[in-house]
Design a protein around this ligand. Structure first.
Ligand code: FES
Ligand code: FE
Length: 428
C-alpha cells in the first residue's frame, strides 16, 4: 500500500518506478484490482460474424468464450464447466452451437445454458435443476464492433468508461459507412515483455520512432514524413487513462493512403470536428486503458512509393510479471476493394505482424526494459516522466480531452499511469 501511494505521488511529480515493469507483487495487485474491475477488450464482432462462431480470450486469468448464439446475439461465459471445472472449449476459435464437456459430458448451448446432463434421472433423482448450473456469464458491451467485458457487475457503463475517447477511437473504426472488420485471425505470440511497456508506447511514444525505427526513414518506407516527425498532438482523456498520439506532416495529403473514394465517404461519417482533426493525421497511435491499442499509418510497400494506410489493433494480455501474450489484428474498411484490403494487410504484416520489422525493433527494446526492471538494483530507481509537464493545452485544437503539442511528450503517460494508480489503490 505504501509503495502504491509513493508511486502515485511520483507520477504526479513526473516520475515512475522501474520496478513496476517486472515484479510479482505489482502483477498480483494488477490482477486483483485492475483486471478484475476495468472494461477489458475481448473481440471484434467481425471475428464471429455467423451464428455459432466463437473465440476464446482472457480477462486477467479468466478464460472466456465469446460466442454468437443462434439468434445472432453475442454471449460471453467463463470457459469452465459448472460440474467440476473442466475447460469446456479447448480451441481458440471455431463454430459450434453447443459445447460438450470432455470430462463427464455436461452439454451447454453456446449461450451458456446447460441443456444436457448424463444420468440426470438415475444419478441426481430430481435434485439437480439444469437452470441453476449455467456457465458463469461475463458482463459485456460493445462500441463500434469492439466487444469489451468486465468482471465487475457494479462498474460504470462501457460508454462512461470510454468517455470522450470515443471521438478518437472513431479514427480507427469508422472507415466508411460500413465500418471496419478484421482481416484474418490475429497474430498471437508470447513475449518476455511487461504489458505496460506496450500500452505506454502506443499511448503516444512519438519520441522512440525516429530512433528505434530509423531504418524506415532511411530506406523510404515512411511516405513524406521527412524531418517533421515530431509535429502533431498528444491527446489524453484526463482521469480515464486513454490517450492518442497524432502525428502530423504538413506535406502529407489529408486521409492520404486510403482509397480516395473511401476518404470521401469518411468525411460524411465523421463529425465536422473529427474531419478537421483526422484530415491532419498522418500517423496515429492510441491506447484504450488498460491494454488495448491501435495504430494507423501509411507504409510504402515499395520504398519511395506512395504509402498504403493500414490499421492494427493489439491486445496485451499479461500472463506473469514481465511476460505477456500479444494479440495483433489488421483492421480494414469493410467497404473497401479486395485489392486495397490485401495491400493494407501486406503493409501491416511487413511492419507490425509477428515478424514485422517495426514489431522486431520494438520488442527487442521492450524485452530489455523488462529484463532491467527485474534487476535487484532497480528496487528504488525511478524514470523521468516529466516531458511536457508545463505545456499548456493547445487552444486551437477542436478535439476533446487534454491536448498538447508537439506529440513528443509524456503527458499521455502520466495520465495512463495515474489511472493505473487509481485502480491499484482501489479508488475507482
Ligand atoms: Fe464437466 Fe464433469 S467437469 S462434466
Ligand atoms: Fe515502435
Amino acid at each position: 500500500a505504501d509503495w502504491v501511494q509513493r508511486t502515485r505521488q511520483g507520477i504526479a511529480e513526473g516520475r515512475f518506478p522501474a520496478r513496476a515493469f517486472n515484479d510479482q507483487s505489482v502483477y498480483d495487485l494488477e490482477q486483483k484490482h485492475l483486471f478484475s474491475r476495468a472494461w477489458c477488450f475481448l473481440a471484434h464482432e467481425s471475428e464471429i460474424p455467423s451464428a455459432g462462431d466463437y473465440v476464446t480470450r482472457f480477462i486477467g486469468n479468466n478464460n472466456i468464450i465469446v460466442a454468437r448464439g443462434e439468434d445472432g446475439t453475442i454471449h460471453a461465459n467463463l470457459n469452465m464447466c459448472r460440474h467440476r471445472g473442466n475447460v469446456m472449449c479447448k480451441s481458440e476459435m471455431g463454430n459450434s452451437s453447443h459445447f460438450r464437456c470432455s470430462f463427464h459430458g455436461w452439454t451447454y448451448k453456446n449461450t451458456g445454458q446447460l441443456i444436457g446432463v448424463p444420468y440426470m434421472k438415475e444419478g441426481y433423482e430430481g435434485r439437480l435443476k439444469r437452470k441453476d448450473w449455467a456457465m458463469v456469464p461475463v458482463r459485456i458491451d460493445s462500441y463500434e464492433g469492439l466487444i469489451f467485458g468486465t468482471l465487475d457487475p457494479e462498474s460504470e457503463s462501457l460508454g462512461e468508461y470510454l468517455g470522450d475517447f470515443r471521438f478518437y477511437l472513431d479514427l480507427y473504426l469508422k472507415h466508411g459507412e460500413q465500418g471496419c472488420e478484421v482481416h484474418g485471425p490475429p497474430d498471437h505470440w508470447l513475449a518476455n515483455t511487461d504489458w505496460k511497456i506496450c500500452a505506454e508506447n502506443f499511448a503516444g511514444d512519438g519520441y522512440h520512432t525516429p530512433v528505434a525505427h530509423q531504418w524506415g526513414f532511411h530506406l523510404g518506407y515512411f511516405p513524406s514524413s521527412g524531418s517533421t516527425h515530431s509535429q502533431g498532438w498528444a491527446a489524453s482523456v484526463p482521469g480515464r487513462g486513454h490517450g492518442v498520439g497524432l502525428g502530423h506532416s504538413p506535406n502529407f495529403p489529408p486521409f492520404g493512403g486510403f482509397p480516395p473514394e473511401l476518404a470521401e465517404e469518411m468525411k460524411t461519417v465523421f463529425s465536422a470536428e473529427q474531419t478537421e482533426v483526422f484530415s491532419k493525421v498522418r500517423t496515429a497511435v492510441g491506447t484504450v486503458f488498460p491494454n488495448l491499442s491501435f495504430l494507423m499509418q501509411p507504409f510504402s510497400l515499395v520504398p519511395g512509393e506512395p504509402g498504403v494506410r493500414f490499421v492494427t489493433m493489439r491486445l496485451y494480455h499479461p500472463v506473469g510479471p514481465g511476460r505477456m501474450e500479444m494479440y495483433s489484428w489488421c483492421l480494414v474498411p469493410k467497404g473497401a476493394s479486395k485489392e486495397y484490403k490485401d495491400a493494407a494487410y501486406r503493409a501491416y504484416t511487413l511492419a507490425f505482424g509477428q515478424a514485422g520489422t517495426f514489431e522486431q525493433d520494438d520488442f527487442e527494446n521492450w524485452a530489455k526494459v523488462t529484463r532491467s526492471a527485474a534487476s535487484t538494483m532497480v528496487a528504488d530507481v525511478d524514470f523521468p516522466y516529466s516531458m511536457g509537464m508545463d505545456s499548456d493545452p493547445d487552444p486551437n485544437f477542436v478535439g476533446p480531452g487534454h491536448v498538447v503539442t508537439p506529440y513528443v511528450n509524456d503527458t499521455n503517460f502520466r495520465n495512463l499511469w495515474s489511472r493505473w494508480g487509481d485502480y491499484l489503490a482501489n479508488e475507482v
